[in-house]
Design a protein around this ligand. Sequence first.
Ligand code: ASP
Length: 586
Amino acid sequence: MYRTHNCGELRMAHVGNTVTLSGWVQAGRDFGSLTFVDLRDRYGITQLVFNALDDAELCERARKLGREFVISATGVVRERSNKNPNRATGDIEILVSNFDILNASKVPPFTIDDDTDGGDDLRMKYRYLDLRRSPVQNNIIFRSKLALEVRKYLTGQNFVEIETPFLIKSTPEGARDFVVPSRLNPNQFYALPQSPQTFKQILMVAGLDKYFQIVKCFRDEDLRADRQPEFTQIDCEMAFVTQEEILNTFEGLTKHIFNNTLGIQLPDFPRMSYDEALRRYGSDKPDLRFGMEFVELNDLAKGHNFAVFDSAELVVGICATGAASYSRKQIDELTEYVKRPQIGAKGLVYVRYEADGSIKSSIDKFYTPDQLKTWLQKAGAQPGDLLLILAGEEEKTRKQLNELRLEMGRQLGLMKPGDFKPLWVVDFPLLEWDEDTQRFYAMHHPFTSPKKDDVARMLTGDHQTMKDLRADAYDLVINGVEIGGGSIRIHNRELQEKNFKLLGFTPEEAEAQFGFLLGAFEYGAPPHGGIAFGFDRLCAVMNGQSSIRDFIAFPKNNMGRDMMIDAPSPIAPAQLDELYLALKKV
Ligand code: ASP
């Protein structure tokens, strides 16, 4: 038998018992006649002790154990004289009478401890070693528990878990497809699904009524910390539902998983329209852990011969509580921050409400202190606060101020870990106009329905009147991260055809790509809608982390490479031939 107990479960109550533990050697310490070895497994770390006065030869063998050797040790549990209150097993140790080396180990390339010295790529190359570290292991275990709770809740609500194919054809969701050549169908390709969108809609036409799947999706995009080329969604669809019922069902799911994994009871989620979110926070995914709402200053700022404000479409600020103590240098740094090309502001104006009530600003030349005071009052500022103002073209300025608001939230420590502020953002526009290509794009995806009141206008209207069509589309946002999104779908062939047309599809293209869906809509398609949550992201946000990588057992790096198996990689000429492919020089 390899073990009677694991390395995390022995306590004072076990003192006197003879036990066998198996695991990895975390560390060894030598104190003359006594040798200590920390033995680690998934459950914890237990201290082993070898006494040279009892058994010199055994002790000598223990001294030679290297880090990450796999051993199985038998001995008696005894109380430690020097207890370790930071460890669950810290009251006891095992006085070892015998052990076997089950496998030796090379010296690992980085420290296998809660804090590691390994860089990202090294950790990914030796992912099996990184996964031995308990913070990473805990993340993966959390993920498993979360998936289980999702299944419990949804099956409890009569949802059916149904698999949809991975080898499909392209669904336009705004990203590039990964494609797979077909050997049996020369010069033809499958695409890996960006999401099971059309299949889940077809399942509703098929009468399955409530579908879910915890499913891999594939998008060939440039990567960031919160993006992976393959990621997992909790994908859902329901028939005969209104937006209201979908929001309630998935608010229920979110509350259930927070309660059953973290023990946190979330209050009812507020809702905000897309327009309101942009107006108040400059973002369709505002972080509501802190206020710092936008204050529009056009009426107070314009008409005082300050050309920057006079020529701006929008003058808008935020009040940073307690930040009047910011030094000139700190404000210069904020100015540099908003002027970075990624943000693109031209400059930053500040009005400092000193603790003694006096007012200093970077625009003293144009405005009297009394005038500036009205700005501070409008912003609800108190002495000690700092008003930060941007100006320019409306949409851009709001986006820039959103970045500044988030940066101030970080700097002032307002994004508290363990604080969760969910929000439904609703009433998204149906379409997005793109100036460069002079065409509409679907804001969510091409299957999203306009609001009931807008349907007639969509069927009869021309391009120009389409810009303000609203959709029954919604996002769940938690702490400024988009956790999920969905919509009520079009279930009528005529309306779907019209939408494809607005999106620039010719009838032939629409038929070639989505004929199956348009066809299905002619055989009694029920009204339906759904949502998908980003599962990896949800794991990260629930644990207060920004990178999804540590919640994926085998993630890819920024170049989309799996460093452990070294993929992607070339294939043999014969394999290329079979697939009717030829390599191109790069
Ligand atoms: N398929 C959509 C997505 O992946 C979600 C949905 O509309 O249900 O974002």
